[in-house]
Design a protein around this ligand. Structure first.
Ligand code: DC
Length: 229
């Protein structure tokens, strides 16, 4: 069967990674979560006091960027690749609200995007990849054969994220999560360098009122149609 490249963009907490993982599994493709890379850089910045401390110092982060090692290591038991920052598995730590509330600021730094987009382009060179993020269809993989743009209401998205965080034992309120979702939407769509926007040839997919099964079936069919074309 012919292999294609699939780019999935959209707002935060629209279930991009869920559908991306399902598609990768069903098609035997590699899944790349670019948000995890921005989160890992953010964790590094927080740990070193470059952001969120008494004095933010993004320029100090920029200086250290060449030394940052980011890689994905496939976890066979979990059936997906986990994020490693300088050889440490940071998969859990990068999903906390502390990282989520700072990641859009880090993702807006030109040099950070430059470094990560470069790595992502390399990873997406071979066909048979599903990559999700905010600028995949527009900047990272503009030639992707299938581009999806995921949306859902901010309340629905905050409800999903709130449940995930509570299940993980984080102490957060729904209001905090909703505020974070809306704030990230604003920052992601208003930043100067590759802001979140729908690629011209993307399919917009609103899953506010759709179950996972129906969503998967519909999107899988789009993929098969493109593959068989
Ligand atoms: O998909 P996510 O919520 O894990 O992404 C975390 C943040 O990283 C998100 O707020 C925006 C940023 N991001 C980005 O700017 N570009 C990408 N390709 C992926 C994520």
């Amino acid at each position: 069967m012919k292999k294609i490249t699939i780019a999935i963009d959209g707002y935060s907490s629209t279930g991009k990674s869920t559908i991306a993982k399902q598609l990768a599994k069903a098609l035997g493709y590699i899944y790349i979560d670019t948000g995890a890379m921005y989160r890992a850089v953010t964790l590094f910045a927080i740990r070193n006091g470059f952001i969120g401390g008494a004095q933010d110092n993004p320029q100090a982060l920029v200086k250290l960027l060449p030394k940052l090692n980011l890689k994905f290591v496939y976890n066979e038991a979990l059936e997906f690749s986990e994020m490693y920052l300088n050889n440490e598995n940071v998969e859990d730590e990068i999903r906390t609200l502390a990282v989520s509330s700072k990641v859009s600021e880090i993702a807006a730094i030109e040099q950070v995007r430059y470094k990560l987009v470069d790595i992502q382009k390399q990873m997406g060179k071979e066909k048979g990849v599903v990559m999700d993020g905010r600028d995949i269809g527009t900047v990272v993989l503009p030639d992707a054969e299938l581009k999806l743009f995921m949306t859902a209401s901010s309340e629905k998205r905050a409800t999903r994220r709130y449940k995930e965080l509570i299940d993980k034992g984080e102490k957060v309120t729904f209001a905090e999560v909703l505020k974070n979702v809306e704030h990230r939407d604003y920052l992601d769509t208003h930043r100067e360098f590759s802001p979140l926007k729908m690629a011209e040839n993307a399919i917009e997919f609103d899953n506010s009122d759709m179950g996972l099964k129906e969503q998967f079936e519909r999107i899988y069919n789009y993929a098969i149609r493109v593959i068989e074309k």
